[in-house]
Design a protein around this ligand. Structure first.
Ligand SMILES: Cc1cc2nc3c(=O)[nH]c(=O)nc-3n(C[C@H](O)[C@H](O)[C@H](O)COP(=O)(O)OP(=O)(O)OC[C@H]3O[C@@H](n4cnc5c(N)ncnc54)[C@H](O)[C@@H]3O)c2cc1C
Length: 415
């Protein structure tokens, strides 16, 4: 029998546990150690999805799944060919956890508790003989001539390893990655927060908190359009459309220090000419009705409609018949391109991910091995991959962790 190999995994989070369990179960003669710098294991899993853990998304087309990742969409496609949302559901089912889908596609354990996932991982780790060291951080490493890793730990001890897997998660501060770049020469792309809501300090929507409306959102100067529900909050703007835009434009907004204009289109996909036509028709059809009754779109709640009229300087008591051509033009222009000034961001339900991290061009995404250092692997949010909300971030963690685990196990078994 060949000599026992050792895999050390840095990070006791989602990717760290998933790779540890699968590598230990797939390899014949592998000792697996997880190092976690805090005293808490799986802490993000515990608080994820409001304590319910949105494990994955009910999306079985790999291309569509990959389209939900502002960073890593092309690279993750090859990962999803190896381990995708269906495989996640199957893995959890084999471990006696049923995942249920909500109407928007988000999938949760049927217990609606993240503890279900945590207990499963802790039990599997225990059954597989995985050693877990908490309160110990990896601070750096070197390699012997025969390629063994010598790991330098925060408690001043060292640990030898055949394989090293970095699953240390995301962090918005570049300094959190310096130990990786210092020792491995891997490029770290500027870590920046993703998934946040927009602060609008002088919001024209004050007093309308809680109002939701379907809109099309753009950021003038940034080439992307997002459609979906917008939610007016005490701080400014939130809702799926804002969160998605914050993810796609995370780097751009970061560079602008979160100071920019936001353009909201309330026209529901109608073009300018069609909107003008509707108002002109309404002039006749609802001649005696006051503008306070919104006959333009049932989608715009009344309180918001009245505020939009106010912003257009149009008296809501005016009758449709009295609307001038100029007023119609002003109103349609406003509904097509309502500008508000963003100044700052707020974390959404404490949930955020990091855009940036280890450069994907330096990782073989078919194996998750470093292209620079033999037997060094990466998984999870530490790499430059992040998804929008909906279970996509965990899916990336499971996929990359499983691929790394399979390749480590196969190399271990074949050597
Ligand atoms: C509040 C919140 C809710 C979320 N909800 C969801 C959700 O419902 N669905 C979803 O898909 N995504 C969600 N996310 C995102 C998701 O949690 C992350 O994408 C995912 O946890 C990433 O897994 P990871 O293992 O790569 O990193 P992490 O879970 O962050 O784990 C990394 C671990 O490594 C440890 N570590 C770091 N450096 C070192 C070191 N040098 N030595 C030793 N240990 C180290 C850290 O302490 C940490 O425990 C949420 C995020 C937050 C913050």
């Amino acid at each position: 029998m060949s000599e026992k190999k050792r895999l050390v995994i840095v990070g006791g989070g989602a990717a760290g546990f998933f790779s540890a369990i699968n590598a230990a179960q797939l390899a014949n003669n592998l000792e697996v150690i997880i190092l976690e710098k805090t005293h808490k294991l799986l802490s993000k899993v515990r608080i994820s999805g409001g304590g319910r853990c949105n494990v994955t998304h009910q999306c079985f087309d790999n291309k569509l799944l990959a389209a939900n990742y502002p960073r890593g969409n092309k690279e993750l496609l090859s990962c999803f060919h190896q381990f995708n949302a269906a495989d996640t559901i199957e893995w959890f089912s084999q471990h006696k956890i049923k995942l249920k889908a909500e109407s928007d596609g988000r999938m949760f354990p049927d217990t609606d508790s993240s503890e279900t996932i945590i207990n499963c991982f802790l039990n599997e780790a225990n059954k597989s003989g995985i050693t877990i060291k908490t309160g110990v951080a990896l601070t750096g490493y070197s390699q012997t001539e025969d390629g063994q890793f010598i790991l330098h730990l925060s408690d001043k001890t060292t640990l030898h390893a055949t394989f090293l897997l970095i699953a240390s998660g995301g962090h918005p501060a570049a300094s959190a990655y310096s130990w990786i770049s210092n020792v491995s020469n891997h490029t770290i792309l500027n870590p920046t927060p993703s998934l946040f809501t927009f602060n609008i300090p002088n919001s024209p929507f004050k007093g309308l908190e809680g109002v939701a409306v379907e809109v099309t959102l753009t950021l003038p100067g940034y080439n992307r359009t997002e459609k979906g529900p917008l939610l007016i909050t005490h701080w400014g703007l939130s809702g799926p459309v804002v969160l998605r835009m914050s993810a796609w434009a995370a780097e751009w907004l970061g560079k602008k220090n979160y100071l920019t204009e936001v353009s909201i289109n309330f026209l529901q996909g109608l073009n300018h000419a069609k909107a003008l036509e509707i108002f002109t028709e309404n002039k006749n059809t609802y001649a005696k009705l006051s503008l306070a009754t919104n006959k333009f779109s049932t989608n715009i709640p009344n309180r918001l409609w009245e505020r939009l009229l106010e912003c257009a300087n149009i008296d809501k008591q005016l009758q449709y018949a009295q609307l001038s051509k100029k007023q119609i033009n002003t109103l349609v222009n406003l509904l097509a391109d309502f500008r508000v000034a963003m100044n700052g961001k707020t974390t959404f339900k404490e949930e955020f991910v990091t855009c940036g991290g280890v450069h994907l061009a330096e990782i073989n995404m078919k194996t998750m091995e470093s292209k620079k250092i033999y037997n060094l692997f990466f998984a999870g949010e530490v790499i430059n991959v992040d998804g929008i909300t909906g279970g996509f971030n965990f899916q990336a963690a499971w996929s990359t962790a499983m691929i790394a685990a399979r390749n480590i196990a196969s190399r271990c078994n074949n050597s």
